[in-house]
Design a protein around this ligand. Structure first.
Ligand code: PEP
Ligand code: MN
Length: 351
């Protein structure tokens, strides 16, 4: 349930409400809505609590929340969450573009890609070091060496970085190197991993599970929020359906649906959603038109030689063309493409 305070409530009144909630063995979460202050009640509530809270001074009304996720819901947090990463904001009126190879393969490969995507307007550099692969015989990433290359290239180009963390034990290590930690689709319900990234003070990108409902996805988000990490971004990356032409089926409707029921920013990954490079641009444009706050896109200097996900990777030229197409679509949505992120202490003019 949520407690909506009257306009002009006093400090004593809100303290009284919090005391009553916590005295009942529950947790409270205060959120400043537009015009109203809201106190969310977390835990197993009971009918008598509703009535007692409604009688307290300063309380306008008590509203039951039927959804199983609370902190991730719009009722608990009416205003959009905005996540900040090195000067880039995700969730406001900017479209943030994350781009780079599926996997970090070498310093040359990553640096060339970073320079190219940055020149076309990308804001965040992606590159996997720990790769979840369907077959154990496929390239599984360079591990810590990949993280080191990612951090170095990020520094050299002044781009914040994002990379996947697959295991709870690796969270600390990955957080030392990367600016955003990605939870991949296959780990969306790895609850121990969710708890661990929830303890971080760094942004997390939570991808939708291969066959997860929107509710299951938001409950996974709830794990991270419940640990105190509110710097959370969701990512629609396609779901498993009967269709085999595409790698997955991109659920465009998930974007406005998430916007309606949650305050969390959402970006789209048309690369993994489609598995085909020539479908990436149309789906990227559609995602932005549907209200996405950004995109994550795989780009490779030579997709035909990529060690992972070559068929869905854009060449530098194709990425540049997509960026040009995105500008008018962003404008039509009253948004603009974010200006390249800068790391503290690095002057982009010199990189
Ligand atoms: C990736 O981003 O490289 C990746 C493996 O994505 P997903 O978890 O969405 O499959
Ligand atoms: Mn990939």
């Amino acid at each position: 349930m949520i407690v909506v305070m009257k306009v002009g409530y006093s400090r004593d009144e809100i303290d009284g409400v919090i005391k009553r909630i916590e005295g009942s063995g529950l947790k409270s979460h205060v959120s400043q809505g537009i015009g109203h202050t809201i106190i969310g009640v977390l835990g197993q509530t009971f009918p008598e609590l509703h009535d007692t809270l409604e009688l307290l001074p300063g309380v306008e009304q008590v509203v039951p929340i039927s959804k199983p996720y609370k902190l991730a819901s719009r009722e608990f947090h009416p205003q959009d969450t905005i996540v900040k990463v090195n000067g880039v904001t995700i969730g406001g009126d900017e479209i943030v573009i994350m781009a780079g190879p599926c996997a970090v393969e070498s310093e040359d490969q990553l640096l060339a890609t970073a320079q190219a995507v940055k020149a076309s307007g990308a804001n965040v550099l992606r590159g996997g070091a720990f790769k979840p692969r369907t077959s154990p015989y496929q390239f599984r990433g360079l591990g810590e060496r990949g993280l080191r290359i990612l951090a170095e290239v990020g520094k050299e180009t002044g781009m914040p970085t994002i990379t996947e963390v697959m295991a709870p034990n690796d969270v600390e290590l990955v957080a030392e190197y990367a600016d955003i930690l990605q939870i991949g689709a296959r780990n969306m319900q790895n609850f121990i991993l969710l708890d661990e990234v929830g303890k971080l003070k760094k942004p997390v990108l939570l991808k939708r599970g291969l066959s997860s409902t929107i509710q299951e996805w938001l409950l996974a988000a709830e794990y991270i929020l419940a640990q105190g990490n509110e710097q959370l971004v969701l990512c629609e990356r396609g779901i498993r359906t009967f269709e085999t032409y595409t790698r997955n089926t991109m659920d465009i409707s998930a974007i406005p649906a998430i916007k309606k029921v949650s305050h969390l920013p959402i970006i789209a990954d048309p690369s993994h959603a489609t598995g085909k490079w020539y479908l990436v641009a149309p789906l990227a444009l559609a995602a932005v038109a549907a209200g996405a706050n950004g995109l994550i896109i795989e780009v490779h200097p030579n997709p035909d030689q990529a060690l992972a996900d070559g068929p869905q990777s854009l060449t530098f030229d194709n990425f540049r063309r997509l960026m040009a197409q995105l500008t008018p679509v962003a404008q039509a949505m009253n948004k603009k493409l974010a200006v390249s992120g800068t790391k503290a202490g690095i002057n982009p003019a010199t990189t």
